[in-house]
Design a protein around this ligand. Structure first.
Ligand SMILES: [Fe+2]
Ligand SMILES: [Fe+2]
Length: 175
């Protein structure tokens, strides 16, 4: 899912939004199985949820880094950083990260803690809402604006940074 032949870097980011939303659905599905077994969640059911959260977190971290380290600086070269559109996007990323950290924290225990389901439900819903809003803004406003602004040289540089970020992430995972 990482090599993106024939796509602009921004199309690649758009495609990742779909992957992230799918990842969130996997978390929701795993959560509802945990809810059904609330009192005595089997270890495997809890592990499935942990894996779904870990997989979402990986896609999420990679995507946010690509935007923050490659896309936003390229846009900032045209529009400036302070008071510009990337300032809002960066702030929204911080809120998204907080939600993701909370989700990771909640599934961090080796077995399902009593009453965790309610907290998981709230956290996932809040994170989901933020994600929908943020990706909607990117799709309809920020990405089209960036496509119009960026030069070919900037796109090439972005694509190179993307590959570097992916390699670093894969290295961290296997190393
Ligand atoms: Fe973003
Ligand atoms: Fe995004």
């Amino acid at each position: 899912m990482s090599r993106a032949e024939g796509k602009t870097p921004i199309q690649e980011l758009s495609d990742e939004h779909v992957v992230i939303m799918d990842g969130l659905e996997m978390v929701r599905a795993a959560m509802s199985v945990v809810e059904q077994t609330k009192r005595q969640t089997p270890a495997r059911t809890w592990e499935t949820l942990q894996q779904a959260v870990a997989s979402l977190a990986r896609e999420f971290d990679k995507h946010l880094l690509k935007e923050e380290e490659a896309l936003f600086p390229a846009v900032e070269a045209h529009l400036g950083a302070e008071g510009g559109p990337t300032e809002v996007m960066r702030m929204e990323h911080e809120d998204l990260r907080e939600g993701m950290w909370e989700l990771r924290r909640l599934v961090g225990e080796s077995e399902a803690p009593e009453g965790v389901y309610e907290q998981l439900g709230e956290t996932t819903e809040a994170l989901g809402n933020l994600l929908v809003e943020h990706t909607h803004t990117e799709h309809h406003i920020f990405f089209p604006m960036a496509e119009a602004l960026l030069t070919d040289a900037e796109r090439t540089e972005m694509a190179q940074k993307f590959r570097r970020i992916e390699e670093e992430q894969e290295g961290r995972r296997s190393g």
